[in-house]
Ligand binder design. Structure first.
Ligand SMILES: *Cc1c(COP(=O)(O)O)cnc(C)c1O
Length: 399
């Protein structure tokens, strides 16, 4: 088997249009979002308008990161110190981190074998805790049955905030991910669907919520200079009660995001071609299970997960090692020590320890890889053949 030599962390270069947009902001010297010439709409405001239009939301705030968007969303939604916030037991560390930074207590909900929040466990925990908030993480781009979830949220009178770091551009039954509750939170960190190094976007249709979020983000009372914000009267009522927690986006990052946003749907089609190329190569591998992708889900295949149920710890280690020897670097979510990133709830020691046997069982044999757009379809097929080869080579005692 020929080794794979591509890099799973190499994103596409930003093209000349993006470089020109950045150069224009740099030459102007007006990098701060409120530093505008007479009659000028700042790039940050322009991005807010463009993203609100893309998302089909009334309002949008551009901010410092996806994690920051979630933290101020919880505050703007009225989270009080010590309150419980339900969230997925399997997500990336910025999610429980955002809850902690907003003063909340994460209550972790089990996931299913398809890697989405377990709606029965959500129902039980909503009832037993009386939590007012659900910070739903659409982890690795997998959407739960969003119609059933929205119904459950309504029945428990909960406030839903969606973490859409991996579902920017995705939809359920034609409705965009992020539009199912009070707010959607997006990330423009390098490995997400738009790349500005760091950055976040928060969307909502609720004027009071968005006015509070804008004030929290550090608007210096210049909220009239926002591109997709509620009208000034909404701010009048709350402007002196809302603390400033600076986390604005600057014009440089907004400028490099605008041309990328214009091509997002095209990028999504390219990610999905790559996803399907790997998926095709893995479908026939005995003992390997791919997550189900429901008909209603329009996904963005920017990463791919699979399970090898029944594999022991040492078997999983051997499998990861064999793939790595062939140049395919997989993440294994069952690893006892977090490597490069932390997605296992046992490593979030600031959170009250919680029993999640089903989540632990799923994670113990779950593997993951990114699919950057720098990979060709041929390379994707190659990756699949390496994984298939290593999975077939697992010794019977490892399985
Ligand atoms: C990347 C990510 C975020 C947000 O991350 P930031 O680095 O704060 O922009 C949130 N949730 C998940 C699941 C993520 O992977």
């Amino acid at each position: 088997m020929k080794p794979f030599t591509g890099s799973f962390t190499q994103q596409e270069a930003l093209d000349d249009e993006v470089v020109a947009a950045a150069a224009q902001v740099l030459r102007s010297g007006r990098l701060h979002r409120y530093n505008t010439a007479a009659g000028e709409l700042s790039k940050a405001s322009e991005l807010e308008q463009a993203y609100a239009a893309y998302q089909g939301a009334r309002y949008c705030l551009a901010c410092a990161s996806g994690g920051y968007a979630m933290a101020i969303a919880l505050r703007a939604a009225g989270l009080k110190a010590g309150e419980s916030v339900l969230t997925n037991g399997f997500t990336l560390a910025p999610v429980p981190g955002a809850i902690a930074s907003a003063g909340g207590r994460p209550v972790l909900v089990e996931i299913t074998e398809d890697l989405v929040i377990d709606l029965d466990d959500l129902d039980r925990k909503a009832r037993s805790t009386g939590a007012r908030f659900l910070l739903l993480s659409n982890m690795r781009g997998h959407l739960a049955d969003m119609d059933r979830l929205a119904d459950l949220v309504r029945r428990h009178s909960m406030i839903l905030i969606e973490d859409c770091a991996h579902t920017m551009g995705a939809a359920w039954n034609g409705r965009k991910s992020g539009n199912f509750g009070l707010a959607g939170c997006f990330s423009t960190q390098t490995y997400k669907h738009l790349n500005s190094g760091e950055g976040g976007l928060l969307t909502s249709d609720d004027p009071d919520f968005m006015a509070r979020a804008i004030l929290l983000s550090g608007s210096y009372m210049l909220y009239e200079r926002h591109g997709a914000a509620p009208s000034p009267e909404v701010f009048e009522r709350i402007r002196l009660e809302t603390p400033n927690m600076s986390g604005r986006m600057d014009n440089l990052r907004a400028a490099i995001l605008l041309p990328q946003l214009a091509r997002l749907d095209d990028s999504i089609a390219r990610w999905n071609e790559r996803y399907r190329a790997v998926e095709d190569g893995l479908e026939q591998v005995e003992g390997l299970v791919l997550p189900r992708r429901p008909e209603a889900e329009l996904y963005v295949g920017s990463s791919l997960q699979f399970r090898l149920p029944g594999l022991s710890r040492s078997g999983a280690e051997a499998f990861v090692g064999a793939c790595k020897a062939h140049g395919v670097e997989l993440k294994w979510f069952g690893a006892s020590d977090p490597v490069a990133f932390t997605s296992n709830h046992h490593s979030w020691r600031y959170v009250d320890p919680q029993l999640l046997p089903e989540t632990d069982r799923v994670l113990s044999t779950l593997f993951d890889m990114r699919l950057p757009l720098t990979f060709t379809l041929e390379e994707c097929r190659h990756i699949a053949s390496v994984i298939a080869h290593c999975a077939r080579g697992l010794s019977p005692e490892a399985a």
